[in-house]
Design a protein around this ligand. Structure first.
Ligand SMILES: Cc1ncc(COP(=O)(O)O)c(C=O)c1O
Length: 403
């Protein structure tokens, strides 16, 4: 396929006539935007002097991993499958960090062979799996700094009684009551205690807090992984980030990693859908789409209204954009447009690159969006089209006869 418009040319054209016969819903990854986000992250890690790892959890498409390989120093995995996928796509040379609260005994040796760094989430994991990892990968501990920056406790890794990381107070107790042997073999520390923050003073605060309480032990370690949870928006103030890095390097001579996810992919993803029905309900126009919150479950989880291309604040034509499933709350919100929507009009959701496809499911048997990449040369490449066979096989039914 060629001569397709860039995503920016599609903006404002809600009928997207250029898309001709392409069936929706589509998950589109715009390579030019992805390259821009990756270059920016690379630039920030160079400016601050940290190693850049891409945490693959928001988007695991091999095509994106291939693109990212040219910019990052490694990848971060949160499961055995993710680690396997990274090795398969990014190869043997790349560096892989791992952490998960749910390591299973039967996978620890294979995991350690796949990864360069294993961060244990608890002292119990360390005790049970440390020996198996020794000699295979370097290992560290995830600490819960017990500093909260998020109001919604569902997404707050430092909530009370958190399952994520060794509580800082427990680590202090281990170090001060002579039980240091517990930590033999630990060469690094990891924390991740934020989401979608653009305020790097929170990162500095966390680093200062850890330094204050674990400073002497930190100096005996080799590396620290500062996690993800920060966005690299234009104009963001990097000074506190630089200060945090400076503190860790000058006082403790640590190798420093970051492992952002969403910052590298969110803006590169679009979900393109079509209007499949229009009708009135209690005086409101309902526009039913062929996409659903199944494709972007965080819209439902967070109850947020995703951004839609071409809508205006005071357009003459208002609609409740609704998803295609039977769930009454499968709704995106109320949007207005200057031009009326018709059956077949295209509705494009932006900011869909992170935590959408990876969480998407087939509730109601509604198919997943077809995945396309818009290359930097404007070529639209079909990456994956899901079929009835995918749906049937998830339900344990293998279809061998295609007749
Ligand atoms: C341990 C860890 N590292 C990195 C990330 C990536 O976070 P984000 O996508 O917010 O940058 C997450 C997200 O949940 C995480 O749990």
């Amino acid at each position: 396929m060629n001569s397709h418009p860039s995503m920016s040319e599609l903006v404002g054209d809600t009928n997207l006539s250029h898309w001709g016969s392409i069936n929706t819903p589509i998950m589109l990854i715009d390579e030019s935007i992805a390259l821009r986000l990756l270059a920016r992250a690379r630039d920030i890690s160079d400016q601050t002097g940290v190693l850049l790892f891409y945490s693959v959890k928001p988007l695991q498409l091999p095509q994106f991993q291939n693109l990212a390989s040219g910019f990052v120093d490694g990848f971060a995995a949160s499961s055995y499958f993710e680690a396997q996928l990274i090795r398969q796509t990014a190869g043997k040379e790349t560096s892989v960090h791992f952490t998960s609260p749910g390591i299973r005994p039967e996978e620890i040796v294979r995991l350690a062979d796949l990864c360069d760094y294993v961060n244990f989430n608890s002292l119990s994991q360390l005790q049970r799996f440390g020996r198996a990892v020794q000699g295979r990968a370097r290992y560290g501990l995830r600490v819960n700094p017990q500093l909260s920056f998020l109001d919604d406790k569902r997404y707050n890794p430092s909530r009370r009684a958190s399952k994520l990381g060794v509580p800082l107070t427990d680590l202090i107790a281990v170090l001060s009551n002579g039980a240091k042997d517990t930590l033999v073999g630990v060469s690094g520390l990891h924390f991740h205690n934020n989401t979608d923050s653009t305020d790097f003073s929170q990162l500095l605060q966390t680093v200062e807090h850890i330094d204050l309480h674990l400073g002497r032990w930190l100096s005996t370690l080799d590396w620290i992984n500062l996690g993800g949870g920060y966005l690299f928006d234009e104009g963001v103030n990097l000074a506190p980030f630089q200060q945090a890095v400076e503190l860790l390097k000058s006082k403790h001579e640590l190798e420093i990693f970051i492992e952002p996810g969403a910052a590298l992919v969110r803006d590169a993803g679009f979900i393109v859908s079509s209007v499949v029905d229009l009708f009135m309900s209690d005086g409101k126009q309902i526009a039913v789409l062929d996409t659903t919150v199944n494709h972007m479950p965080e819209v439902f989880e967070y109850q947020y209204e995703p951004e839609v291309l071409g809508h205006t604040d005071d357009g003459d034509h208002s609609y409740i954009l609704a998803g295609a499933s039977c769930l009454a709350g499968d709704l995106f919100g109320e949007y207005s447009f200057d031009e009326p929507l018709k059956i077949g009009s295209r509705v494009v959701f932006t900011g869909m690159g992170a935590y959408t496809l990876v969480k998407a499911h087939m509730f109601n048997g509604i198919n997943l969006p077809t995945i396309y990449t818009l290359t930097k040369d404007g070529e639209l490449v079909l990456e994956k089209e899901f079929t009835y066979e995918d749906f049937a096989s998830r339900n344990g039914l293998e279809i061998h006869d295609h007749a």
